[in-house]
Design a protein. Structure first.
Lengths: 334, 259
C-alpha cells in the first residue's frame, strides 16, 4: 500500500504542502479551480468506498452531494458552522442509509439502475419542491456566519478548510482500508457467499460503505454550497454522477492515490482544454464516454491501480461460479 | 459421544424438484462423517442448508450443545456459531493475499469497533496482532507459510484447497464442512490432505466431508452417510456401507436379474 512506504508518505506530504501554499501564491482563478479539485476529491474518494472497496456500482452518487448542498443552503441562517457541517454530513448519510438499505441486496447492473433512478428522483424533487428548494431557480446568497473567527465566505479560508477535510478523509480511508472492515469489504467485492460463510455480515458492511460514501459526498456538498454561495438542481444531475464515476474508474477503482489522480485529471483537463475546440464544454460528455470506453479496453485497472487487483473484469473461467451465484441469490430472495 | 449437530426431517424443494427429502442425521462430537452419493444426490444442497445459504423447506437443524436452531439463520450468523465450510468450486477471495484470506476468515473473532480502527487503540493493535499470529500459525499448519503475500488466485490448485481450509479454520469452528476437498488432487496431494484432516480431528474439530474418492473416504471416515435422490439410503461404518446392497445398486445399478 502506498501510504505504508516512506516514498508514498513523502508524496502525500509534498502534495499537502503544495496545496497548503497554493492560496498564498496563486490568483483567484487558480484558487477557484483548486477548490473544485478538493470538492471533487471528497466526492470521488467517497464513491471509491462504495464502488472500489465494496464493489457496489452506484450511479446516483450526485444525489448525496445534492442533499449535502441543499441542507447547507436551507439551514445556514439557523445553525452555527460546526452544526451546519454536521447536519450536511448527517443529512446525506441518512439519505444514503434510507436509499441504500432496501436496494443493497441487488447486485451489479441491477444496483446500478436502481441507484441511477434514485439519483434522478432526488434531482426531480429538488427541482419541483418549490416550497422547500425554490425549484429550478435554486437558492442563492449562502453565506454562513463567522464562527470563532473562521469566515468561510472568504475563498481562502474555505479552501483551507476543505483541504483539511480532504486530508482527514484520506487518513480515515487508509485506516479503514487496512483494518478488518477494509478486508471484509474486499471479501464482499470478491465473493459474497464466501464472505458470508466467513461470518461477515454482508448487509451491514454494505450499508456502512454506503453511509461513509454518502457522508463524504454530503461534506463535498457543503463546501460546494459555501464555495458557490448558490445551489440549483442542475448541479446534481446524472452528468455529475457519471463524472464522479469517471474519476474513480480512470484513476484506478479501489486505489486511493489512483482516485486522487483521476480527480485531478478530470477537473483540470476541461480547464486546460477550455480554449480549444471552440469550447470544450459542449463536447464534455462525448469526451468522457470515449475516455471510459478506452479505459475499459486498454487499462481497465486504471492509471494507478490498487495493489493486488490487476483486473477487476473477471476471467471467463469464473462464469460457472456466477451461474451458481445467480441460483443462490434467486433462492435467498424467495 | 454427545451430538454436535442434529438434522430432523429436513426437506428442500426447488419448485417441483425435491433435492432433499425427509432427511435426518446426527453428527457426534469429534467424529469425521463422510457424505457420499452419486452426482445430484443432494450433498451440496445439504451443506448449503446447514450453513444457511439455503433455507430448508421443512425440518430443523440444531446444535444441541448450544441449544440453537439454525435452519432459519442467515449464513454469517451460522458461521458465528462455529460452522465453517469450504466450497466445491474453490471460492477464495482471488485478489486478496493468502494472509488476508485467512484474516477474513477470522472476521467475527475480533471485536474492535470503528473508533478502535480509526484511532489505532490498544485494543485494535492487540486484536490485529493476535489474529495475524493465529493466521500465520494456521498457514504453517496447512504448509503455506512461504506464500503469505501471494494473491490467492496465483496459487496452484492443491494449495488453494488448503488455503480454503485454513480460512475456514480461522473462524475457530466447532464443525468444519468440507465439500469435495480432494477433487482434482493427485495421489500424493490426497495423502497430504488425509493427514491434514486427521490433524484437524485431533485438535477436536468435528468434520463432515463430501467426497467422491472412495479409497480416501473409506480410510478417513469414522462414519459414512449415503445419499441418493435426496434420501438417506445407508448409514454406518465404512465397512458396513461398503457392503450395503442399496449402496452398491445406487452406484453401479441393479445387479443382473437371475431368472
Amino acid at each position: 500500500m502506498l501510504i505504508k512506504t516512506s516514498y508514498g508518505k513523502f508524496i502525500y506530504a509534498v502534495l499537502f504542502l503544495a496545496a497548503l501554499a497554493l492560496p498564498f501564491l496563486a490568483g483567484g482563478y487558480q484558487l477557484g479551480i483548486a477548490s473544485f479539485v478538493l470538492i471533487y476529491l471528497l466526492l470521488s474518494l467517497g464513491l471509491n468506498v462504495v464502488i472500489g472497496f465494496c464493489g457496489l456500482l452506484a450511479l446516483g452518487f450526485a444525489a448525496f452531494y445534492g442533499v449535502g448542498a441543499y441542507v447547507t443552503a436551507l439551514l445556514f441562517p439557523k445553525l452555527a458552522l460546526p452544526l451546519l457541517i454536521a447536519s450536511a454530513i448527517a443529512g446525506a448519510a441518512l439519505f444514503g442509509f434510507f436509499s441504500g438499505a432496501p436496494v443493497l441486496r441487488l447486485r451489479g447492473d441491477y444496483l446500478a439502475i436502481v441507484t441511477l433512478g434514485f439519483g434522478e428522483i432526488t434531482r426531480l424533487f429538488l427541482k419541483n419542491m418549490d416550497w422547500l428548494t425554490n425549484g429550478p431557480k435554486g437558492i442563492s446568497g449562502i453565506y454562513p456566519e463567522v464562527f470563532l473567527g473562521l469566515n468561510l465566505t472568504d475563498k481562502k479560508s474555505a479552501y483551507l478548510c476543505c483541504l483539511a477535510a480532504v486530508a482527514l478523509c484520506v487518513f480515515l480511508l487508509y485506516r479503514l482500508k487496512d483494518s478488518k472492515i477494509g478486508r471484509a469489504w474486499t471479501a464482499i467485492r470478491e465473493d459474497e457467499i464466501a464472505a458470508a460463510s466467513c461470518g461477515i455480515d454482508i448487509k451491514k458492511l454494505k450499508i456502512l460503505a454506503f453511509l461513509i460514501g454518502a457522508a463524504m459526498a454530503g461534506l463535498g456538498g457543503f463546501f460546494f454550497a459555501v464555495n458557490q454561495s448558490f445551489v440549483d438542481p442542475n448541479s446534481f444531475g446524472f452528468d455529475e454522477s457519471v463524472l464522479i464515476v469517471c474519476m474513480v474508474v480512470i484513476g484506478g477503482i479501489g486505489s486511493i492515490p489512483g482516485v486522487i489522480l483521476g480527480t485531478f485529471i478530470l477537473v483540470l483537463l476541461p480547464e486546460l482544454l477550455r480554449n480549444f475546440l471552440g469550447g470544450f464544454e459542449s463536447y464534455r460528455m462525448l469526451f468522457y464516454g470515449v475516455l471510459l470506453v478506452c479505459m475499459m479496453l486498454f487499462r481497465p485497472q486504471g492509471i494507478l491501480p490498487d495493489e493486488g487487483r490487476k483486473a477487476e473484469l473477471r476471467p471467463a473461467t469464473e462464469g460457472i461460479r456466477d451461474e451458481e451465484d445467480s441460483n443462490v441469490f434467486e433462492e435467498r430472495s424467495n | 459421544m454427545a451430538n454436535l449437530l442434529t438434522i430432523d426431517n429436513l426437506s428442500k424443494n426447488f419448485g417441483g424438484l425435491t433435492a432433499i427429502n425427509n432427511f435426518s442425521m446426527n453428527v457426534a462430537q469429534g467424529e469425521i462423517l463422510s457424505l457420499i452419493g452419486p452426482n445430484g444426490a443432494g450433498k451440496t444442497t445439504l451443506f448449503n442448508c446447514i450453513t444457511g445459504i439455503y433455507r430448508p423447506s421443512y425440518g430443523s437443524i440444531s446444535l444441541p450443545g448450544e441449544g440453537a436452531f439454525i435452519e432459519k439463520l442467515p449464513p454469517h450468523k451460522v458461521a458465528r456459531l462455529g460452522l465453517a465450510r469450504t466450497f466445491q468450486n474453490i471460492r477464495l477471495f482471488a485478489n486478496l493475499s493468502v494472509l488476508d484470506n485467512v484474516l477474513c476468515g477470522a472476521f467475527c473473532r475480533t471485536k474492535e469497533s470503528l473508533l478502535d480502527i480509526v484511532f489505532h487503540t490498544q485494543k485494535f493493535n492487540s486484536a490485529e496482532r493476535t489474529v495475524t499470529a493465529r493466521a500465520m500459525e494456521l498457514l504453517k499448519f496447512v504448509d503455506l507459510s512461504d506464500k503469505l503475500y501471494v494473491p490467492a488466485c496465483k496459487l496452484p490448485y492443491g494449495s488453494q484447497r488448503r488455503l480454503e481450509i485454513a480460512r475456514a479454520l480461522a473462524l475457530e469452528p466447532q464443525l468444519l464442512l468440507l465439500d469435495e476437498p480432494a477433487a482434482g488432487m493427485n495421489a500424493s496431494e490426497t495423502n497430504g490432505l488425509g493427514d491434514l484432516i486427521r490433524k484437524i480431528k485431533n485438535s477436536g474439530i468435528t468434520q463432515i466431508i463430501i467426497e467422491h474418492d472412495m479409497r480416501f473416504v473409506m480410510e478417513i471416515s469414522d462414519r459414512i452417510v449415503v445419499l441418493n435422490y435426496g434420501e438417506k439410503i445407508a448409514e454406518g461404518s465404512p465397512l458396513e456401507v461398503k457392503n450395503d446392497k442399496k449402496v452398491i445398486e445406487a452406484y453401479l445399478g441393479e445387479g443382473p436379474q437371475c431368472t
